[in-house]
Design a protein around this ligand. Structure first.
Ligand SMILES: Cc1cc2nc3c(=O)[nH]c(=O)nc-3n(C[C@H](O)[C@H](O)[C@H](O)COP(=O)(O)OP(=O)(O)OC[C@H]3O[C@@H](n4cnc5c(N)ncnc54)[C@H](O)[C@@H]3O)c2cc1C
Length: 387
């Protein structure tokens, strides 16, 4: 693994700095407060060629990998604009269709999606299965060469702005499979299809994106809606779930840096005794510890992205470690930044506390800290299985 970025990678990393000249943190927070999707920013990122980062050039994409996608997200989050829909759309859905879709599916979905004209969300979580994906009960029952989809998904980000959802369903129910990983199939579902309904879940996190419970009631699907092979979806699922962990890690490291930069600027100016408060070790050390944790996590995220792109067997371990390390580092960084700001850390004007719910969310979602630690304990360290 090379630590030096190519000129192209450097340009991708710096894109956040450029785009934030127009779409800055203030723009972001105004949309977050109105709970309104940042559609202009989305279209701009599409126009600039980055929504299709992981899509082949022949379908309108940039033909890059997870490494570049991670750089894009981190660069934007460094500026305080963590584009959540980049996670569920371009990283989890478009790359998946690009890698596993048929020629017709790629032609139909990808060129428009790369421009920002077809938006995707990703639906895996269910109310009764939660973290235990094996237990999902959304079923696409085969009917001739078609399927009938029934079930409920919950906490689906951006379901209101999405034109399509990539839905993880069972084509064979949980209790009828030999191996619990059998019987999963991924479907593209048109959000306007008959039988698709949604209810808003009010969530106390300042983000422009909203979360929804999705209901599927006898939704008719055809073979053209299946991504990959029927019943073999589980094998392919990690081509979306590991990238999700990696990109969430870079969202966290970027936001952590953004908060620390603000804290450094504030602590270098603010005087209440003789020196700026940043001269006191009690203020410096939590910031310096957090900075170290952020940079370590960022390195691990780059390693994980490299492993994914190179089909390295450490991919799962690195993706889980990166997500764990980055969420924890970002929580510590924002907490230290709040503390360094004193009372101002809690004001709208300084905008530090607003970052906290977002990074705290990433300890729980997309995969909670406990399951990640159990994965590392079991698969990396060889400890006995815990659940
Ligand atoms: C803002 C937001 C956006 C989201 N966006 C999406 C989306 O776009 N698409 C989507 O599919 N999902 C999405 N989710 C869902 C998210 O991925 C889940 O909430 C998360 O995976 C946890 O599942 P759960 O809420 O059912 O928690 P549960 O599975 O009920 O777990 C609750 C808690 O129990 C603990 N726990 C559970 N199992 C174990 C275990 N085996 N060992 C130890 N501890 C355990 C953990 O601490 C966990 O936090 C989103 C959630 C939120 C809040």
């Amino acid at each position: 693994m090379n630590f030096e970025l190519t000129d192209e990678q450097q340009m991708i990393y710096e894109y956040g700095k450029n785009v934030s000249q127009k779409y800055d943190r203030k723009y972001w927070m105004e949309h977050a407060e109105r709970k309104e999707f940042t559609l202009d920013l989305w279209r701009q990122v599409g126009q600039d060629g980055f929504l299709g980062m992981m899509v082949d050039e022949s379908y309108g994409g940039a033909g890059q990998g997870m490494f570049e996608m991670a750089l894009l997200m981190e660069g934007m989050a460094n500026e305080g604009i963590p584009l959540l829909m980049l996670v569920v759309g371009p990283t989890m859905s478009l790359s998946h269709i690009s890698a596993h879709g048929t020629e017709e599916q790629k032609q139909f979905y990808l060129p428009d999606a790369c421009k920002g004209d077809k938006i995707f969300c990703f639906a895996i979580t269910e109310p009764n299965a939660g973290t235990n994906t094996m237990k999902i009960s959304t079923v696409a029952k085969p009917k001739g060469d078609k399927f009938v989809l029934n079930g409920t998904k919950t906490f689906i980000s951006g379901a209101d702005v999405a034109d399509y959802a990539l839905v993880v369903a069972r084509t064979t129910p949980h209790d009828q499979v030999e191996r619990k990983t059998d019987g999963f199939t991924l479907f593209v579902v048109d959000m306007k299809a008959k039988g698709v309904d949604k209810h808003l879940i009010p969530v106390s996190v300042s983000m422009p994106d909203t979360q929804w419970t999705l209901f599927f009631d006898d939704v008719e699907l055809g073979p053209e809606n299946v991504i990959g092979e029927v019943g073999k979806g589980f094998e392919l699922l990690f081509d979306s779930l590991n990238p999700e962990r990696i990109i969430v890690a870079t969202m966290c490291t970027g936001l952590g840096r953004y908060a620390l930069d603000k804290a450094v600027a504030y602590a270098s100016e603010r005087k209440v005794f003789n020196d700026p408060i940043g001269a006191y070790q009690g203020v410096q050390h939590p910031l310096a510890m957090a900075k170290t944790e952020i940079e370590l996590a960022s390195l691990m995220a780059r390693k994980a992205a490299w492993c994914f792109d190179n089909k390295d067997p450490d991919e799962g371990a690195a993706a889980n470690m990166a997500k764990y390390a980055a969420a924890e580092a970002a929580i510590h960084a924002v907490d230290a930044a709040v503390q360094a700001h004193g009372g101002n850390g809690f004001t709208k004007e300084y905008g530090i506390f607003d970052i906290f719910p977002v990074v705290r969310l990433m300890r729980t979602a997309p995969l909670n800290r406990e399951i990640i630690l159990s994965y590392i304990a079991q698969y990396v360290m060889g400890l006995p299985r815990s659940y």
